[in-house]
Structures are given as C-alpha cells and as structure tokens.
Design a protein around this ligand. Structure first.
Ligand code: M6R
Length: 611
C-alpha cells in the first residue's frame, strides 16, 4: 500500500522523484523518503521524513542533493509504526537502497538468518531484509540484477520493489510479484513506478510489467526478465492520462474537484454505450452476450464505497432485471467458503482495481467454480481488470481524494447498464429499457442540479462540526446511500457516523436519540416515503434533530427540529445516484470546518493493496 518510483536519466532526477511521489500519495502518506547516488560526491545519500511528501520536499531544500539516478517512496505503515527509522528507502551497508510496496510474509526467519550473517537491523520493517539480502548476494560476486533475482526467490508475499546500488551506479532494478509496477520509457531516460500517474509528467510511453517480471533499467536502455529469468519484450502503451487530469486546478481539494466532475464523469461512463434507447451489449466485451446468456444469478464482491455501490445494484438487479443477487464484502467472501454456483455472474467493483481483498475474492470465486466474472473498475490494466472475463470501465478519470466520490456514482451507472443487459434476458421490455436509458441520459443534468445545493450544504455543515456522532437513515435502495453518506462523513471528518435502515430504528438505535445526535434521512419521494415518514416522526417525537434530504418540503411538517434539503423532482431510477451527491458535499464541508486533511484523512490510503 505504498508508492514507489525510480529514475535513471542524464538530468537531476530529484524533482522528478518528488513530483512522482506526490502523484502516488493516494497509496499512503505517513512517511516519505528518497535515496540517490549523489553527484558529484558519488555517495549513496538518503533523506526520510515522517509525514507527507511536502515535508520531504521542504527538507530537501536544506540539502544540495542532485543525482541522475534514484528511488523514492511514500509509505502506508504495515510493519512498524510511521517513523523516520521505518520510512523507506532502507539501506544495507551504505551500498544497497531499496523501496518496497507490499508485504514480505516470511521476514521474521529471514531477519534471524541475516542477523546470524552479521547484518544489523535499524528498523521494524519487513523491507530491510530485502536490502540486506541483496547486499549479501552482491558480496558473493553477483551482479545487481542477479542479486535481486536471487533475493526475491527467498521472499514470500506480494510486493513491488526498486533498488539502486553503489556497485552499479547507473542502474535501477525493479520487480513485481502481486503489486503493480510500470516502466516509463522516456527519451534518453527511463523510469519505474507503482502507477502511470506518477510518470505522466515525464513520459506517456509506459510498459505494464507482468506478474513475476524484473527490469533492469539505465537511462538509455532497459531489459525485462520474466519470472523464469528469460528476457521478454512487453508492449509499450501510450497512456491517455493527461498530466493535468490529476492536478487540482483552482479547487482547494481533489475531493471537491472530483465531486464537481461528476456530471462529466457520468456522461463519459455512459459514452457510446447506449444507442436509440438501448444499451449496447458489446460495451461489456466480445464474449459478453454468450457469457450473459448462461447467467442465472449475480454475486457482487467489493469493499468500502464500492461495496455500497453493489448494495444499491442488488435492488436494481432484483426489481428491474428480476435476477437474484447477493452482495458481500470481499474480505468476508474470500474466507467464508461460499458454495459455488457456476451460473452466478461474479461482479467485482473497484475504483482502483488493486484492492487486495477484492482481487483475492475474485480469484477464490474462480477457484471454487463460480460462473463468469465481470469487473467494474476505473483503472485500465489494473490487476482486477486483467483477472476478469469481462470488464466495464467507469470513465471517472483519476480519483485522487481518498474519499471516493465520482468513482461511486460512475460505478452505480455502470451497474445500471449491467442491470439492463441482464434484465433483457428476464423479461425487461424494450419500452422499459428505453425508459431506463432515458433516465440515464438525464443523469449528468440531474447531478448538476444537485451540485447547486453546494452553498446550502456549506452552511448546513456548521450544524455538524461540533457533533461527535451522526445517524444516517434510509429505506430500500436509499439505505445503501445512507451507508455511503455515513462512510463519507466518518472517513474525512472523523465524526462517528452510522447508517440504519429506518425500519430498524425502534429495534435499538432509537435509544441514542437526543438533541446531540443529528439524524440525516435520505427520503426521496419513492414508494417507501410514507413508511420513512413514520420512522422520522419517531425521531422527531424524541427531540432528535432531523435533516431530511427529500424531493419536496412537504415530506414532514416544518418545525425547529427539522430541516429539509430539497432536491426537487428526481427520476426514481437514478435517484440513489443523485442523492449520493449532497451527502458527499455535506461531508466535505464538515471536514473543512473541522480542519482535517480532506484528501488524505488520517490512517487511510486511497488504494488498499494489502489484506
Ligand atoms: O479501489 P476500491 O474501490 O476497491 O476501494 C475500496 C475501498 O477501499 C474504498 O472504496 C474506500 O472505502 C473509500 N476510501 C471510501 O471513500
């Protein structure tokens, strides 16, 4: 769950490493560091700090580090607390420096072995064993590539690494097993990083390394070896990612930018996947028609916000497509020993496509003998995409804020597209399909309108900022939206928030209601509104402060305990997508008042690539 980058060039690579790290901070940000072979002193120099890349950047200003070769790292702590000693790169005997993303499972026996060989450990990390192992083999006369290869054979776990050595000061060696790694091919300079976004400022020509690959790169060439050590050629892709697509522009935070990008992101996700009132099945890939024909049920697997998207989809799949659907958190699914159903379509949902639990759950479903797999993902070429039979990309563009916003709403749209193509096979008529397609077409406009509540929500946020808890209520398809609203609020404002299906209120949570516990209700004008109204009366009667997101003011009689946030008329099919937006904005403004780090909330990372 860390970000790594390495560079070999003719020019000074320090600014390139720093810019790359900034673009990788979504993978972790509790400490950062870099190591370079300093020019002209020809010494291995390292700088590490606790905190974000900007702290590292400031510290660099006190140095004169300058080098054509280096590696760098931004960390999300797994082994060992966030501290300077545990920050990467890790160095062995002033000779070898390593940055690492992932986990070495057998680091404890390796550490004992290396201690017996006389190596001294200065950190609590699993990474340090890699540095010492490579040093050990280098001392046996191996070239750096071979020393890395041999060391990796001793490691168990999943990781990506980048290494530099004083013994071969012109090379960076990098390898991947289970964690992503991309080569950036420049003109007279080469790079390696966890992700394309880190390389975009220097090159758009990228090579996605495959599982088990190792690359040795110098500024003017590179050689890739596959898992067996055989030289291989991997295709160069020209990335479509724009450098400014991951810049904040005039927005104070990525999260706000990403919330406001939703109309465009949704329009792009819908793109040319519909025509004349129909969803084009080819959008799911060449084999989709044949694979969907066999499907009798759907198993959705995901984590966090993506899981909430799956929960919404269950309502659509059962009510519109008339197909049974179960939804499960990936970390539970993978260890539950579920009974396989070869006619169940396995749908994994993930913004990053690198979430370790989701990927492992998909592999487990395949191993057990579930049916075909479809991944709904925002990152092309990600591990999840590559492991799935079919893919439906969300075209949200890079999502940098840790709190997922535009990825969520585009996932929902993608799931609605899926619902239509499966529904066709279970009695969805052409007229019903046309109605859904029309609703999807109106979505960008409906979201624009919801964004118009921005100022009102900014003011409303003040009512939450001093609270310690908030309860979210919803019914039916809007219950998962209430869950998503609660997740947004807790992850960026650190206010404890919980969501309940409103009907559950009197079975326990009602005891919590007093005037210090604001209650947010997601209450559009759907079939369940009348029932929800009674639940809200229960809160009202006990002096709870109610904030109701509804189509119209008429939902409840006005009172000093009640505030209605009106969204106006919203098409029922797309209503969950629209109602997600004001909850994102509310969470954003509460966090802003509380002064938290909105884009990088404490203890979290954007991409959870460890179990
Ligand atoms: O990349 P993924 O969609 O697989 O990530 C899953 C969760 O880690 C993610 O949605 C997380 O819950 C978000 N930070 C919530 O905003």
């Amino acid at each position: 769950m860390c970000g790594i980058i390495g560079a070999a060039a003719e020019r000074d690579v320090v600014p390139i490493l720093i810019e790359g790290l900034k673009r990788l901070e979504y993978r972790g940000y509790d400490s950062a560091g870099l190591a370079v072979i300093d020019y002209p002193s020809h010494t291995l120099e390292r700088l590490r700090v606790i905190g974000k890349v900007e702290v590292l950047e400031k510290s660099l200003k006190q140095t004169s580090l300058c080098s054509p070769i280096g590696i760098a790292h931004t960390r999300w702590a797994t082994h060992g607390k966030p501290s300077q000693e545990n920050a990467h790169p890790h160095i062995s005997r002033d000779t070898i420096a390593v940055v690492h993303n992932g986990i070495v499972e057998n680091y404890a026996p390796l550490r004992s072995l290396l201690e017996q060989r006389g190596y001294e450990f200065t950190s609590e990390t699993d990474t340090e064993v890699i540095a010492h192992l490579i040093h050990y083999y280098s001392q046996q006369g191996m070239k750096l590539t071979q020393a890395v290869q041999t060391s990796l054979q001793e490691l168990r776990g999943s990781y990506a690494i980048a290494v530099i050595s004083m013994l071969e000061p012109n090379s960076v060696v990098a390898a991947r097993r289970g964690s992503p790694l991309v080569i950036g091919v420049g003109i007279g300079e080469n790079f390696v990083a966890s992700d394309v976004a880190a390389l975009i400022p220097v090159t758009q020509r990228v090579i996605f390394l495959e599982e088990g690959d190792l690359v040795t790169l110098q500024r003017d060439n590179y050689q890739i070896l596959d898992f067996s050590g055989t030289p291989v050629t991997r295709p160069i892709h020209v990335s479509q990612l724009q450098a400014d697509a991951v810049e904040r522009g005039t927005y104070r935070h990525y999260m706000k930018k990403e919330i406001f990008e939703q109309p465009r992101a949704l329009a792009e996700t819908l793109g040319n996947r519909i025509h004349n009132g129909k969803v084009l099945e080819a959008s799911f890939g060449h084999h989709a028609q044949h694979l969907f024909d066999k499907v009798e049920s759907v198993q959705i697997i995901a984590c966090g916000t993506s899981y909430h998207a799956g929960l919404v989809a269950r309502y659509w799949l059962e009510s519109i497509a008339k197909i049974p659907c179960t939804v499960e958190v990936a970390s539970e699914f993978r260890y539950r020993q579920p009974l396989p159903n070869p006619k169940a379509l396995v749908v994994t949902i993930s913004q990053s496509g690198e979430t370790a639990d989701t990927l492992a759950a998909l592999l487990e479903a395949k191993r057990l003998g579930f049916g075909p797999s479809l991944s709904i993902c925002n990152v092309p070429e990600s591990s999840l995409v590559r492991a799935s039979d079919m893919v439906l990309m969300t075209h949200a563009g890079p999502e940098i804020g840790v709190a997922s916003t535009k990825a969520f709403t585009t996932q929902l749209l993608a799931l609605l597209l899926l619902c239509v193509v499966l529904g066709r096979r279970h009695g969805l008529s052409a007229a019903q399909e046309a109605e859904i397609v029309h609703a999807m077409e109106t979505l960008p406009g409906a979201i624009e309108k919801a964004l118009g509540l921005d100022k009102q929500l900014q003011v409303l946020a003040e009512r939450f900022a001093d609270k310690h808890h908030t309860l979210f209520l919803g019914r039916g398809i809007h219950y998962p939206i209430a869950m998503e609203g609660a997740l947004k609020l807790k992850e960026i404002s650190y206010i404890h928030a919980e969501a309940y299906p409103a009907g559950e209120l009197k079975h326990g949570p009602l005891a919590l209601i007093d005037n210090d516990m604001p209650v947010i209700a997601v209450a559009p004008n759907d079939a369940l509104q009348e029932k929800l109204k009674s639940n809200l009366q229960e809160v009202h009667a006990r002096g709870g402060q109610l904030f109701v997101f509804a189509n119209h003011r008429a939902v409840l009689p006005a009172s000093e305990f009640l505030e209605i946030i009106e969204l106006g008329e919203v098409n029922e099919i797309i209503s969950p997508i629209v109602y997600a937006v004001p909850l994102q904005l509310l969470a954003y403004y509460v966090a802003l008042i509380k002064g938290t780090d909105v884009d990088k909330p404490r203890n979290l990372a954007k991409s959870v690539t460890v179990e």
